[in-house]
Design a protein around this ligand. Sequence first.
Ligand code: GLA
Length: 386
Amino acid sequence: MDIEFVRSRFIKHFDGKTGSIYASPGRINLIGEHTDYNGGFVFPGAVDKGIMAEIRPNGTDTVMCYSIDLKDRVEFKVNDPKGPHTSWARYIYGIIQEMKQLGVDVKGFNTAFAGDVPLGAGMSSSAALESCFAFALNDLFGENKVSKWDMVLAGQATEHNYCGVKCGIMDQFASVFGQAGQLMRLDCRSREFEYFPFHPEGYKLVLLDSKVKHELASSAYNDRRKSCENVVAALQAKFADRKFETLRDADWADLEAVKADVSTEDYRRAHFVLGEKDRVLAVCDALTAGDYETVGQKMYETHEGLSKEYEVSCEELDYLNQLARENGVTGSRIMGGGFGGCTINLVKDKLYDRFVADAQEKYTAKYHRAPAVYDVVIGDGSRKIC
Ligand code: GLA
């Protein structure tokens, strides 16, 4: 992203003075979908695309925000009890409130920001925005005393409390903790994680964007989470002598034991989550052994599960997955929350050009719009640029 571009807009739309510039990335996830809020494992990495914001405290109690991409300006008071209606501004308002809860004495500021992480493509532009402002507010008003993990949780709380999405912690975690060239395996229950160098020789990771915009805020995501909670409640009722906090605490036999106590839909969804838990661990072993065929096979299995059991796919994503299979791509699946956005594809270098060209041609012929193609570059997490 271009620093001079953001700076020129900041100068133009405010009082001509410069401020500090911060950036935070979007993310990919190799495997481990809808496992974060179930206490499971995820395997994300930050990307080289994200949000960049210039910010300058203005000595008042008003926040003046300009979205460069949307050419939209919103103002609100730092202590306004309700906050703005405009959806993008609610992320900034929400993170301000959450950082204040953490003891950061946020005052008024001017900001202009832009992004090159595509909106609604399942790469977490919203987490990039939250993390960018969490990092900036901590630096400008909080003497950097808020820890990285608290910033992650502040971003997640922003989604829960101000934007209506009961998301897990994967996206904000990846945006804050990302490191160039490294994926991260995170245990969402213990919050322990390790960096995992990811340079598969002879393969590329490429995203194909269906251009179907997902609406995470639509109740579908929260519904999936509710299904998992229903099954956990049934397990707890059945096994009073054990403690079930999330589906992480259940094994296959437990799930079968409550099959008759839950709806078929909830059972099917929990079945996916247990399978996904196993797949992430299998992928970790396969990566350690350099066995990318198994990694790819697990990615296809995840796609099947997300499509048939968790029901977060759509016709366009299933078609992109089918095109990957037809082209001999090693692994392919929906990435992120689903309901639209991208597939992530692990493809051999020598098949890359043919696959991308074939997918573009056939997808465009069928849906009358070309899928966007993003080569994945694993980049750094939240940071101050200057
Ligand atoms: C969205 C959420 C994440 C996670 C994924 C699915 O990106 O924000 O917390 O649940 O969906 O894995």
